[in-house]
Write a new protein. Structure first.
Length: 320
């Protein structure tokens, strides 16, 4: 899969590599699905490559990746049984300290090594404070690449020590052409809905097609149109989503719901905005909270349907 929108980040990265002094910490900032982690892995291998030193075909021993802790077995069992559970999606202080211990030794193949943290905006507070110490006094030859979908969540002191690489969202025409090339078997209506829901993110658009979310798009649109009279459709939506969606599916569904509302907010037939804006804000809140708070997935699914129904202006509802 090819990724677009990386030309400028690559230019900045390679200019720095060829310069006299390479900055020790980089913040890769942009919305989810733009290929930032793919870029970080390739950039880290390029950083660690040295003339005359054979580079491994598989994982590089001097490229260290920190990401979410595995799900706790007890919490996973709760999810499978449909009971309320806490989503354990974080990067813990123990992981940072283990990484710091590894950095006390010399790189394996050359004189440089890279630490990738993805997503850095999911660092626990104590982990952020521990990482800050490494950024203030980095070990010789060590470079950090912090991947962040929501960079504002990082400590200001961490952001201030990083050089920022910004990854832009794609324009609608560019994303449409890219998705058509990547998913030639998908129908045009599905791709159109995917582009609208993805808000410029190739990864989100591809996930939309692969997860076959087009039927949900049509259901959500009709729920907004019918408003209070959409009870049966909301039940169909909940059934189609499933009672125990994983985090990635829930994120894609929230993106889709927000895009449906955004389409209503910019439509020619709009007459009232307040309900749409309030519902959109509530979905934004859910998207931010879902990775970290206690919730019953089934109730969350029902809440999405309720928010969509509440967005219908009274003058446009089916019973008006």
């Amino acid at each position: 899969m090819t990724m677009l929108g990386h030309d400028e980040p690559w230019r900045q990265w390679r200019d720095a590599l060829q310069g006299e002094r390479m900055h020790h910490a980089w913040l890769l900032a942009g919305r989810r699905g733009l290929g930032k982690m793919r870029f970080a892995e390739a950039a880290a291998r390029e950083l660690c490559a040295e003339p005359g030193v054979p580079q491994p075909q598989g994982p590089h021993p001097d490229v260290h990746v920190l990401t979410h802790l595995p799900k706790d077995e007890k919490e996973e069992r709760k999810r499978e049984e449909g009971r309320p559970y806490e989503v354990k999606r974080n990067i813990a202080v123990a992981q940072i300290r283990a990484m710091q211990q590894r950095l006390t030794t010399r790189p394996t193949l050359g004189s440089r090594r890279a630490v990738i943290i993805d997503p850095a905006d999911d660092l626990e507070k104590s982990a952020s404070n521990a990482l800050l110490k490494s950024l203030e006094e980095p070990p010789a030859g060590t470079f950090f690449l912090l991947v962040a979908h929501r960079p504002a969540k990082l400590l200001p002191t961490i952001r201030s020590r990083c050089r920022v690489l910004r990854f832009p969202s794609l324009g609608e025409a560019e994303l449409t052409a890219w998705l058509a090339a990547e998913t030639p078997d998908a129908d045009a209506r599905t791709r159109e809905a995917a582009v609208r829901a993805a808000s410029g993110s190739p990864g989100a658009a591809l996930e939309f097609v692969e997860r076959d979310l087009a039927p949900l798009d049509r259901l959500m649109t009709e729920i907004v149109r019918q408003g209070d009279q959409s009870f049966e459709l909301r039940g169909q939506l909940a059934e189609a989503i499933g009672a125990r969606p994983d985090r990635e599916r829930m994120t894609a569904i929230l993106d889709l719901a927000r895009s449906v509302l955004a389409g209503q907010m910019t439509g020619e037939g709009r007459r009232e905005w307040s309900n749409l804006v309030d519902a959109h804000a509530a979905l934004v809140r859910l998207a931010g909270e879902a990775p970290t708070y206690n919730f019953d997935p089934g109730l969350l699914v029902m809440e999405i349907g309720t928010l969509l129904a509440s967005a219908a202006p009274a003058s446009e509802r089916a019973d008006a």
